[in-house]
Design a protein around this ligand. Structure first.
Ligand SMILES: Cc1cc2nc3c(=O)[nH]c(=O)nc-3n(C[C@H](O)[C@H](O)[C@H](O)COP(=O)(O)OP(=O)(O)OC[C@H]3O[C@@H](n4cnc5c(N)ncnc54)[C@H](O)[C@@H]3O)c2cc1C
Length: 480
């Protein structure tokens, strides 16, 4: 067993790897990284499909090289490790369809792009004036954007849900504005979508696997080790593995996804305090699912993206061609992305039904073509996987800044990090990176400077603030 000074890093995704690197660079090498799977990378998960490497999880570097600030650290690592990337003209290279085939509503999409920019700018202004949060739906309506037609709804879906994996009514306006402001450059009031797609045959995960190979020793990592229980106190932390083995450390950093924490896949001893549980259950673990198809030939659009307006908002709407000169020409691969509740529905269906439903959409998009049967189809069930329970976090309007502090706060020597604990970049790879770095920094302070071991900010009771104090009422129904 490791000695009592060991730092346990629970989870080998971006946050865990960057935390390990940060400890190493501070001269702390007695850490042990515990990972359930047999490789590092977490939600950077590649898969051989149709003769190519496709990405089931993260695929894009969003806001790679903002003019206004430092480069996205994932971009910096991708350059360092020579990961092959390609600019993805998500909004500019677009063909549009409806149930009767080609339908030109590119102008509607341009307006949706502008409306999304207005939402972001106005949300940023609310934030700087400390105005109360509202839903992005309310924000859109106040900006005059009220999608009615299937085209308007599909266009809004493409610009909003495809980023946050949930609808505007389910999403915080302020968090959306923060996310977009800190990730993308705004030039002339328009966000510059500086988005790169990894097309590396080694998989996008190379970004962190190659980085880890530079400093991780085999003795630092335990693969195929699923944590079932975490016991914590002011004097140490221990993790119990599936099978009963107990690993003890002086500190631990839990980087398991928000979904894992929400579903009690790991039990905590003592039970997590009520304020922590409230924070965990108040953030949302959204689902974003890519359904890959392989055909014997390409029969679809020549643009990078295809947007289909179904009468049901978000039903197999967003298609992306990988059989494109910029990506995998000649591959016969196309994928459709579904999000939110619809993605959870798709996960619950047998593969054959999903294949049939999506295939019938393709037939509607191309009524004049004898659409061939796909040779293969694949999608990953993120929502049901007990190692993730969803794809990434989305901040709902009922999540307050104090919840964020509580989600992130340490409990004695147990610390938390991951994309979900990032204020500026929630949901993103670079959010996970930033938090691996920040929280490792907290642990380092604690180890190296005894008096710096102060608890991180938390708010035990989140109360109604200005203008929202209802006064005291005697409730007719009472627990006590
Ligand atoms: C479909 C999809 C698309 C995405 N697209 C993008 C994108 O294009 N760009 C972008 O920036 N971000 C994207 N993301 C988000 C990005 O992948 C995440 O923000 C990031 O990878 C999270 O890293 P993490 O270290 O916080 O968590 P994780 O990667 O989840 O790491 C946690 C680790 O803990 C392990 N683990 C879990 N439970 C246990 C247990 N009980 N015992 C032991 N180990 C356990 C897991 O296996 C995992 O390796 C996407 C995510 C998904 C799923």
């Amino acid at each position: 067993n490791p000695d009592s000074e060991t730092v346990l890093i629970l989870g080998g995704g971006v946050a865990g790897i960057i935390a390990a690197k940060t400890l190493h660079e501070a001269g702390i090498d007695n850490f042990i990284l515990i990972e359930a799977r047999d490789e590092l990378g977490g939600r950077m998960k590649s898969y051989r499909f149709g003769g190519k490497t496709v990405e089931l999880g993260a695929n894009w570097i969003h806001g790679a090289k903002p003019v206004s600030g430092p480069a996205n650290p994932i971009y910096t690592l991708a350059i360092k490790h020579d990961v092959k990337m390609q600019y993805n003209d998500f909004y500019g290279s677009l063909s549009t369809f409806d149930i009767n085939g080609t339908a030109d509503f590119v102008d509607v999409c341009r307006k949706a792009f502008a409306d999304h920019a207005k939402l972001t700018i106005a949300g940023g202004e609310r934030l700087s004036r400390s105005l109360v949060d509202l839903s992005a739906r309310t924000g859109y309506a106040l900006m005059g954007s009220k999608p009615q037609t299937h085209y308007e709804q599909a266009a809004e879906y493409f610009h909003f849900d495809m980023e946050y994996a949930q609808s505007p009514e389910q999403s915080s306006w302020i968090a959306q504005a923060m996310n977009a402001n800190f990730t993308y450059d705004f030039i002339g009031g328009k966000p510059l979508k500086d988005t790169l797609l990894s097309i590396d045959e080694r998989g996008f995960k190379t970004v962190v696997q190659a980085e880890a190979a530079e400093f991780l020793q085999p003795s630092h990592v335990m693969f195929n080790s699923t944590v079932t229980d975490i016991s914590y106190s002011d004097s140490g932390v221990s993790a119990t593995l599936d099978g009963g083995r107990v690993i003890r450390g002086a500190y631990a950093l839990c980087t398991f996804s928000l979904g894992v924490l929400q579903h009690d896949d790991v039990r905590f001893h003592p039970e997590l305090p009520v304020y922590k549980q409230e924070a965990i259950q108040s953030m949302v673990m959204a689902t974003y699912t890519k359904i890959f198809f392989k055909f014997d030939r390409k029969f679809w659009f020549d643009t990078e993206m295809g947007l289909y307006a179904d009468p049901e908002r978000g039903r197999y709407s967003a298609w992306q061609s990988l059989d494109h000169p910029n990506f995998f020409p000649g591959s016969g691969i196309i994928f459709v992305t579904v999000t939110g509740i619809f993605a959870e529905r798709v996960e619950s269906l047998p593969d054959s039904q999903v294949r049939e439903e999506a295939f019938s959409v393709l037939k509607q998009m191309f009524p004049n073509i004898d659409v061939p049967q796909p040779l293969d189809m694949f999608f990953y069930r993120w929502h049901s996987d007990p190692l993730y329970r969803g794809s990434y976090s989305n901040w709902p309007p009922s999540f307050f800044l104090s919840h964020y502090h509580n989600l992130r706060a340490n409990l004695g020597r147990l610390y938390f990090a991951g994309e979900a604990t990032s204020l500026k970049f929630v949901g993103f790879l670079h959010g996970a990176y930033d938090e691996g770095l920040n929280i490792a920094g907290e642990i380092i302070k604690c180890i190296q400077e005894e008096d710096e071991c102060a608890p991180m900010k938390r708010v035990p009771d989140i109360t109604n603030g200005d203008g929202k104090s209802y006064g005291r009422f005697n409730m007719q129904y009472s627990l006590y």
